[in-house]
Design a protein around this ligand. Structure first.
Ligand code: NDP
Length: 322
C-alpha cells in the first residue's frame, strides 16, 4: 500500500510517498481501508520534530474509512462498517490497523469525509468550549484563527452555547467565513492591535476566556484581553511555542487561570470518546454544525497540503484522499 513516511525531521519535503506492507492486525484490532485522512497542525509538529516522535513514522492521527477485517476479539465492528478515529498514528496511508476501542461508528447521514474531518478538530472544539471553559450565555470569548479548522468549529459551538464571540483572522476572506460561522466581531490581527480592539469591543472589561492556538505571537496580548479571574486557554503553537512564563503574572493581572490542554486527555476513556464524538456527529446531522471541506488533496500531495496549512492558505478542514 501507499503511505506517507517521515524518516528524518524537517520541512514538508521530508514527507515521502512510500510503498509499504499493509499493516497486520492482532485479535483486538481492526483493519480499516482509509477513505480520507485528516491533516492537522499536530502532524506538522511531529514532522518538524517540535513534538517528539520515533522515526521512521507514517504520519497522520485522524481519518475515516471502511472496516476490511476484524481481529477475533472484536465484537462491536464488522466488515463494511463505516468508522472514524483520531489519536492513532499512521493515518496518511491506504490502510490502518486500529485498536477497536479507539474507533467509532460514523452514523447515517454523515459522510466518510465528514467523519474524518470531525474527529480531531471537532472534539477539540467540543472539549475547549464544553469542558476547559464551559461557555454559557452572557460570556464573551476571544477565538484566535477563527477561520481555521478548529476555529470555525469553535465559533459555531460557542454561539450554540450562547456566548458572544470575538474572532481574529488574517484576511478579509477569512473574516467573511468566520462571520458566516456566527462570530459577532472580527479583528484582522495582522492589521490592527487585537488587544486594543478587544478592549474597545468590551468597553474595557475584557473577555471571560481567550482560546489561543497561535501561541508565541499572540500569548502575551491574549492574557491582557482577560477580565479578572478570566481563563487563558493556550491550546496550540501555530506561530511557535510559548516557552517562558512567570506564574506571578496570573496574580498581577487579576487572579487569572492558565491551562495548556490537549484533546488526548479528554478522550482517553471510551465513555468520553463516545460522548464527544456522538455530540459532534449529532450536531452535523442536525445541521447545527457545518464542516468546511474545501481543501482535499490526493495522498501523494501531502507535501502541498502541509505547505498550505502552515502557509495560512487554508480555511476549515484539510483532507488527504488515498
Ligand atoms: P488551522 O486551520 O487553524 O491553521 C492554523 C491557523 O493559525 C492559520 O490558518 C492562521 O490563521 C493561524 N496562524 C497564525 N499565525 C500563524 C503562523 N505564524 N503560521 C501558521 N499559521 C498561523 O489549524 P488546525 O485547526 O489544524 O489547528 C489550529 C491550532 O489548534 C494549532 O495550533 C493546533 O496545534 C491546535 N490544536 C490543538 C489541539 C489540542 O488538543 N490542544 C487539537 C487540535 C488542534 P490566520 O491566517 O487567520 O491567522
Amino acid at each position: 500500500m501507499k503511505a506517507i513516511q517521515v524518516k528524518e525531521h524537517g520541512g514538508p519535503e521530508k514527507m515521502m510517498l512510500e510503498e509499504v506492507e499493509i499493516p497486520t492486525i492482532d485479535s483486538s484490532k481492526v483493519l480499516v481501508k482509509m477513505g480520507a485522512s485528516g491533516v492537522n497542525f499536530i502532524d506538522t509538529y511531529q514532522r518538524s520534530g517540535l513534538y517528539p516522535v520515533q522515526l521512521p513514522l507514517t504520519l497522520g492521527m485522524e481519518g475515516a474509512g471502511v472496516v476490511e477485517k476484524t481481529g477475533s476479539d472484536v465484537k462491536n465492528f464488522s466488515q463494511g462498517d463505516r468508522v472514524a478515529f483520531t489519536g492513532i498514528p499512521g493515518a496518511y496511508a491506504e490502510y490502518i490497523s486500529a485498536p477497536a476501542d479507539r474507533l467509532v461508528h460514523i452514523p447515517d447521514g454523515v459522510s466518510i469525509n465528514e467523519g474524518a474531518a470531525a474527529m480531531l478538530q471537532g472534539m477539540t472544539a467540543h472539549f475547549l468550549t464544553r469542558s476547559t471553559y464551559p461557555l454559557k450565555k452572557g460570556d464573551t470569548c476571544l477565538i484566535h484563527a477563527a477561520a481555521g479548522g478548529v476555529g470555525l468549529l469553535m465559533v459555531q459551538m460557542a454561539k450554540m452555547a450562547g456566548a458572544h464571540v470575538i474572532g481574529t483572522v488574517s484576511t478579509d476572506e477569512k473574516a467573511a467565513l468566520a462571520k458566516a460561522a456566527g462570530a459577532d466581531d472580527i479583528i484582522l490581527y495582522t492589521q490592527s492591535d487585537f488587544e486594543e480592539e478587544v478592549s474597545k469591543l468590551t468597553d474595557g472589561k475584557g473577555v471571560n476566556v481567550a482560546y489561543d492556538s497561535v501561541g508565541k505571537a499572540t500569548f502575551d496580548k491574549s492574557i491582557n484581553c482577560l477580565q479578572a479571574r478570566g481563563y487563558m486557554v493556550l491550546y496550540g503553537n501555530a506561530s511557535g511555542p510559548v516557552t517562558e512564563f512567570n506564574p506571578m503574572t496570573l496574580m498581577q493581572k487579576g487572579s487569572l487561570f492558565l491551562t495548556r490542554p490537549t484533546l488526548f486527555s479528554h478522550i482517553g476513556d471510551r465513555e468520553s470518546l463516545e460522548q464527544r464524538s456522538k455530540d459532534v456527529f449529532q450536531w452535523i446531522k442536525e445541521k447545527k454544525l457545518h464542516l468546511r471541506l474545501e481543501h482535499n488533496f490526493p495522498l501523494s500531495e501531502a507535501q502541498e497540503a502541509h505547505q498550505s496549512l502552515e502557509g495560512r492558505k487554508t480555511t476549515g478542514k484539510v483532507l488527504l484522499i488515498p
